[in-house]
Design a protein around this ligand. Structure first.
Ligand SMILES: Cc1cc2nc3c(=O)[nH]c(=O)nc-3n(C[C@H](O)[C@H](O)[C@H](O)COP(=O)(O)OP(=O)(O)OC[C@H]3O[C@@H](n4cnc5c(N)ncnc54)[C@H](O)[C@@H]3O)c2cc1C
Length: 436
């Protein structure tokens, strides 16, 4: 037996037979799910099948991970392969999640540079879609990747490294599932550190207009949460490293916002029990950089998400453009989040060659309404050449995607090298990437 068909109870979430994504808004096109627990099993399975997609932890909201043929899960491959302090790297099997890796790293005295809002996601799935956290000086999570092991469509094992493979490596890291099966990921590590998190309430929108740079650079990672109502940012989350030069002065007031007196959820009505500790209590990096705690439901659960990356220099204009849509947006919104991300060199990263501000929307799960709103938001953000998050919902036509990703033709060439006959292609890739 090479790979036995397994539909684990963890994966079949909403009904007995139908496999869905995490949010339950997408029923996948097949429930043929195979599970591999070794590189050899992955290779044999890939050689045997004509069409397949790898499923990570299923946290994407669109059909980027979908398949009508076969799924391969690497969930059992969830171990650290090598921790090399002298090289400042850790290598993990691709089924591992950040939630599994981070406490292990911390115990050994190491840390990652940043994390997303939740630790529940697989490392391979997160870097494949350029998942990000926040912080003026922090690249997205894929920028920590220094090497990848990939099984190509022919079942060959390819290793690509930042040091050795130059452009091909930069093209492969944010691979949106098109190049092959990532079986190992090597990440940059640094000495472990502590982080304090403070939350402020009711920041006037005028303060964002006048002081955006100062607000965003006030901490190591800063998030602004707003429902776009009443000309204000509902909550400002400031995460600062507990190192002398980065300690945030937690005054009672911050640009007109007031320091919170209790832990808060970004969606104020929800329980802060699901959230990481606030109120300035120092804690390990992996228990402060995400907003949501491992072992608890992140965000709201029954929701939809969209997010757009705008070049950093247009941050304020773009925020004000979205704010003008408040009356249309707010009835369908749970919360929006605004973050910043440093520029990088990864071909399909929305931050390729440009630092970005991201404007994110957590919607109520009302697809007809969200489907109508997305084009309105995309139209407002079009003058800034906004790029959608690969793993969230968007309606931007493929032609526009091609016009804003100048490395797409190179990426298509690279994909064809590793997957000449489209074994890993699905409707998302055929429509958005390979359609021209
Ligand atoms: C509650 C919530 C909060 C979120 N917060 C953030 C956030 O803070 N920042 C942010 O940027 N995003 C965020 N996201 C989006 C999320 O990070 C991305 O959707 C991410 O890609 C999810 O990883 P996954 O393993 O679940 O991917 P999946 O949805 O399982 O797969 C995503 C893609 O990766 C490919 N893939 C997965 N594993 C492999 C592999 N081993 N080899 C090759 N291809 C692979 C899949 O084929 C697919 O194309 C959030 C999502 C949710 C649900």
């Amino acid at each position: 037996m090479i790979a036995s068909p397994v539909i684990s109870s963890l994966l079949a979430r909403t009904t007995k037979d139908k496999l869905t994504n995490w949010a339950g808004n997408l029923e996948y096109g097949t429930d043929r799910l195979y599970s591999a627990n070794s590189l050899e099993q992955v290779r044999s399975y890939v050689k045997k099948e004509n069409k397949l997609k790898v499923l990570g932890t299923r946290h994407c909201f669109n059909n980027i991970a979908d398949s009508t043929d076969n799924f391969l899960s690497l969930k059992p491959m969830d171990e650290v392969v090598a921790l090399k302090p002298e090289a400042h790297t850790v290598t993990v099997n691709a089924g591992m999640t950040y939630g599994q890796l981070c406490p292990l790293l911390h115990r050994k005295g190491f840390a990652l540079h940043n994390l997303a809002s939740l630790p529940h996601i697989s490392i391979a799935g997160a870097v494949s879609t350029a998942t990000h956290g926040s912080g003026e000086k922090n690249g997205n999570l894929a920028t920590a990747v220094s090497a990848l092991e990939i099984v190509t469509a022919a079942g060959e094992v390819v290793e690509l490294s930042r040091q050795r493979d130059g452009e091909a490596f930069l093209g492969a890291v944010v691979g949106i599932g098109a190049l092959g099966v990532i079986t190992k990921v090597t990440l940059d590590i640094q000495p472990t550190y502590l982080v304090r998190q403070y939350v402020y309430e009711n920041l006037p929108l005028s303060a964002v207009k006048d002081n955006f740079d100062a607000i965003e650079s006030s901490g190591y990672s800063v998030s602004l949460f707003t429902d776009w109502q009443n000309q204000r940012i509902n909550e400002v989350w400031i995460k600062s490293r507990v190192e002398e030069e980065q300690t945030f002065d937690a005054a009672p007031e911050f640009f007109g916002a007031k320091r919170a007196t209790r832990n808060l959820h970004p969606i104020a009505e929800l329980s802060a029990e699901n959230c990481t500790e606030q109120m300035g209590v120092p804690g390990p990096w992996y228990e402060r950089l995400p907003h949501f705690r491992m072992g608890f439901t992140p965000s709201a659960g029954k929701e939809l998400q969209t997010e757009y990356f705008v070049p950093r220099q247009h941050a304020v204009e773009a925020i004000l453009a979205v704010e003008r849509l408040r009356d249309q947006i707010s009835p369908h919104l749970m919360i929006s989040e605004i973050r910043t991300i440093a520029a990088d060199k990864l071909w399909l990263s929305p931050c390729y060659g440009q630092a970005c501000v991201t404007i994110h929307f957590t919607w109520r799960q009302d697809w007809p309404a969200v489907k109508m709103l997305m084009p309105l938001i995309e139209k407002e953000l079009a003058p800034f050449k906004a790029r959608p998050h690969w793993g969230k919902l968007f309606t931007m036509p493929p032609g526009e995607l091609h016009s804003i990703y100048k490395k797409l033709p190179d990426f298509i060439q690279l994909s064809k090298k590793y997957d000449p006959h489209g074994k890993f292609r699905n409707e998302f890739l055929s429509t958005n990437i390979f359609s021209s």
